[in-house]
Design a binder for this molecule. Structure first.
Ligand SMILES: Nc1ncnc2c1ncn2[C@@H]1O[C@H](COP(=O)(O)OP(=O)(O)OP(=O)(O)O)[C@@H](O)[C@H]1O
Ligand SMILES: Nc1nc2c(c(=O)[nH]1)N=C(CO)CN2
Length: 288
């Protein structure tokens, strides 16, 4: 990602250091941050919700600098990295932590540590197809495409299921699957990539819930209930997917590839196994 937000010289008084005198007396620390964020939508909409609020980031940094003492500035820089990467729009961050008054014992200008880390969160993608000569082959090829996307790694495809159509007009049986992966991409950028792959497989959007050559939905980003979790009520990208919890065609393949999977439903984090029991009447069959 080439777009960046740079925030320099965020300063606070802290007590980090190996020496007892540092922990007793404290000293000044300062932090420079480079956030790698896609700024396209914010620049087009002038809407703060589509970017990262640098004032909030600065406040988080000061809270970490002022928190109980650590021995190493590496540890403190790592805490800042982890805090910044909980923001779903941040795809990577570079943190430089300065300790200009460190007890070095000789004249010196500054001592810094610099850490760069990419976002790395689990993601669940649902695949569906019910048009074309071989929907199962479409799903397999789409999974291969997913594995080639820069910023998506460790792609694992579930077993394939044949499923009765849910909603929409009369239409052929679907083939459905779920892909598990890890990603450094912000959720909006990942959805754009999914739309590009759908288009490459001949997908057009005409009838809601109508037949399609390939459908790729983003079901969940991050681990529900953990700091990595992304939640959004934006109609352009709602997370977790607002209908996943009631769809056997998503839950059955997901459970088949990850028996311990969990999904947020409102305020609760629920085992997918439990949600699947509740939709046992929907027609889903594992393919031979
Ligand atoms: N989590 C999400 N995953 C995929 N699309 C989403 C999500 N949240 C919102 N959307 C939006 O929904 C719109 C319609 O998507 P799509 O055509 O895949 O819907 P559908 O498959 O017909 O129905 P459904 O959304 O019920 O699966 C997209 O333009 C997309 O911006
Ligand atoms: N069985 C099945 N039914 C559906 C599916 C699907 O993938 N499988 N997708 C829909 C809209 O995304 C609507 N209905």
């Amino acid at each position: 990602m080439t777009d960046r937000i740079t925030l320099s010289g965020v300063t606070a008084y802290g007590y980090h250091g190996v020496l007892a005198s540092e922990k007793a007396e404290g000293q000044e620390f300062s932090v420079d941050l480079v956030l790698e964020v896609d700024l396209t939508r914010a620049a087009a909409t002038d809407d703060l919700r589509h970017t990262v609020n640098y004032a909030e980031v600065a406040a988080d940094v000061v809270a970490i600098l002022e928190a109980p003492a650590q021995d190493l500035i590496e540890t403190v820089a790592g805490q800042i990295v982890d805090s910044v990467l909980t923001r779903p729009l941040v795809e990577a961050v570079t943190v430089t932590l300065h300790k200009p008054h460190a007890p070095v014992g000789v004249p010196f200008g500054d001592v810094t540590v610099e850490l760069r880390r990419e976002r790395d969160v689990p993601v669940v993608i649902a695949l569906g197809a019910n048009l074309g000569s071989d929907p199962a082959d479409t799903i397999d090829r789409a999974a291969v495409r997913l594995a080639q996307v820069p910023g998506l790694s460790q792609v694992v495809l579930s077993p394939l299921f044949e499923t009765d159509p849910v909603g929409g007009p009369e239409q052929p049986t679907y083939t459905n699957a779920v892909a598990l992966a890890r990603t450094s991409l912000a959720p909006g950028r990942l959805l754009s990539v999914l739309h590009e792959i759908e288009a490459d497989f001949g997908r057009t959007r005409e009838i809601r819930w109508g037949a399609r050559s390939l459908d790729l939905d983003l079901i969940q980003v991050g681990q529900p209930g953990q700091p990595t979790e992304s939640q959004s009520d934006d109609p352009a990208l709602t997370l977790p997917h607002p209908r996943a919890h009631e769809r056997a065609f998503v839950l059955a393949p997901w459970h088949a590839v990850d028996e311990a999977a969990q999904l947020r439903v409102g305020d609760l984090v629920v085992p997918v196994a439990e949600l699947l029991d509740a939709v046992a009447d929907q027609g889903v069959r594992a393919r031979e």
